[in-house]
Unconditional design. Structure first.
Length: 302
C-alpha cells in the first residue's frame, strides 16, 4: 500500500467500495471508491481482513466460513458501518443545507472521499474545498490522475499541515469566502485529535463560518475507551497498531459546552440507536451501528 495514504483512509475507502459492489441494499453507494485504489491494494486489504478473522471474531470459528461470506461479514461488522453511515447522514444533511442557502462545502480530513466526482451537478454550482495533510493530498491527486478523472473547476485542494499551518489562512488563500454560508464535514477525525487540537480547529471554523453555517462530525462518547464491545476494542487496537492512536471522546454536556464556546449550537445529535433506525434499517442493510459513536450536526450562530 502507498505509504502516503493513511491506513485508516484506505480501509474506509475499501469498505465503501466493497459495500457498493456486494450489497443488495446499500446504506451508501460510493460507486467510485474502488477506482482510487490499485487492484493490488484492493486485494491486499481483502487478504489483511481475512487474515485477521481470528482477531476480529475469535469466537465464531471463521475457518468454517466460505471466504467471500466471511469477508462480507467482517466488513459489514467491523470495517464499513462508520464510513458508510456517517457519509450517508452527512450528504443528506448537505442537500438540506443547500436548500437554505449554503454555497460552499468544506471537507476536513478529506482522505479518499469521492464526493466531488460523484456529485457533479452539485460541484458545478457550489465551491468544494478538500482539506488534508500535504502528503495525503499529493497521494490522492496521483490516484485521481491514475484513474483518469478530470478535477472539477469548483474543487479546490487545500493542503494543511495542522502542526504548523493556520487553517484559516490556508482556506482564505485558496479562495474560501467567509461571508458565504458554508457546510463543513469533519468525519472520522476527532477520535485521533487531542482535545486541544479539537478546540483549536473549532476556533478556526468559528472565525470562518458565516451565521447559519453547518458543521457535521462524528465522535466517540465518554464510554468509548472502556467499552466492553469487542469491535470497539479491536478498533482501538488497530488504530494504535497503525500508528494513529485514538485520543478523544466526549460526553454530551462537555461537547455542548465546547461547541457553545465557539458559537456553535447542537441542532441534531444521532446516537447509535438513531443511526440504526434512521439510516441502516431505513436502507434495509445488513449491519449494526457502531457502539458509542454519535453524529452531531451543529449550526454557527452569531
Amino acid at each position: 500500500m502507498n505509504d502516503q495514504a493513511s491506513v485508516t483512509a484506505l480501509m474506509s475507502s475499501f469498505g465503501r467500495a466493497f459495500h457498493a459492489e456486494n450489497e443488495e441494499h446499500p446504506v451508501f453507494k460510493d460507486f467510485l471508491a474502488k477506482d482510487l485504489m490499485t487492484s493490488e491494494e484492493y486485494a491486499a486489504v481483502q487478504r489483511y481482513i481475512l487474515g485477521g478473522a481470528q482477531f476480529f471474531e475469535p469466537e465464531t470459528a471463521p475457518a468454517n466460513s466460505a471466504p467471500k461470506e466471511l469477508l462480507r461479514r467482517l466488513i459489514n461488522t467491523h470495517i464499513a458501518p462508520s464510513p458508510l453511515c456517517r457519509a450517508a447522514y452527512t450528504e443528506q444533511a448537505l442537500k438540506t443545507a443547500v436548500m437554505t442557502g449554503t454555497k460552499q462545502y468544506g471537507i476536513l480530513g478529506a482522505g479518499l472521499d469521492t464526493f466531488a466526482f460523484r456529485e457533479t451537478e452539485f460541484v458545478s454550482k457550489h465551491k468544494v474545498f478538500e482539506v488534508d495533510r500535504p502528503p495525503a493530498q499529493a497521494d490522492k491527486r496521483a490516484r485521481i490522475a491514475r484513474a483518469g478523472w478530470a478535477i472539477p473547476k469548483n474543487l479546490t485542494f487545500v493542503p494543511v499541515d495542522f502542526t504548523k499551518d493556520s487553517l484559516t489562512e490556508r482556506l482564505l488563500a485558496c479562495g474560501f469566502d467567509p461571508v458565504a454560508k458554508t457546510f463543513f464535514s469533519w468525519l472520522g477525525v476527532t477520535y485521533y485529535l487531542s482535545e486541544k487540537a479539537i478546540d483549536t480547529t473549532l476556533a478556526a471554523l468559528s472565525g470562518l463560518c458565516a451565521d447559519g453555517s453547518t458543521l457535521v462530525f462524528d465522535y466517540p462518547d465518554e464510554n468509548f475507551f472502556t467499552a466492553p464491545e469487542r469491535r470497539v476494542q479491536n478498533t482501538l487496537m488497530m488504530a494504535k497498531a497503525g500508528g494513529e492512536p485514538m485520543q478523544s471522546a466526549f460526553s454530551y454536556p462537555v461537547l455542548e459546552k465546547l461547541l457553545e464556546k465557539h458559537g456553535f449550537l447542537i441542532y441534531e445529535l444521532l446516537t447509535p440507536d438513531d443511526i440504526q433506525r434512521n439510516i441502516i434499517d431505513k436502507a434495509g442493510a445488513d449491519m449494526k451501528a457502531f457502539e458509542h459513536v454519535n453524529y452531531c450536526l451543529a449550526v454557527r450562530k452569531g
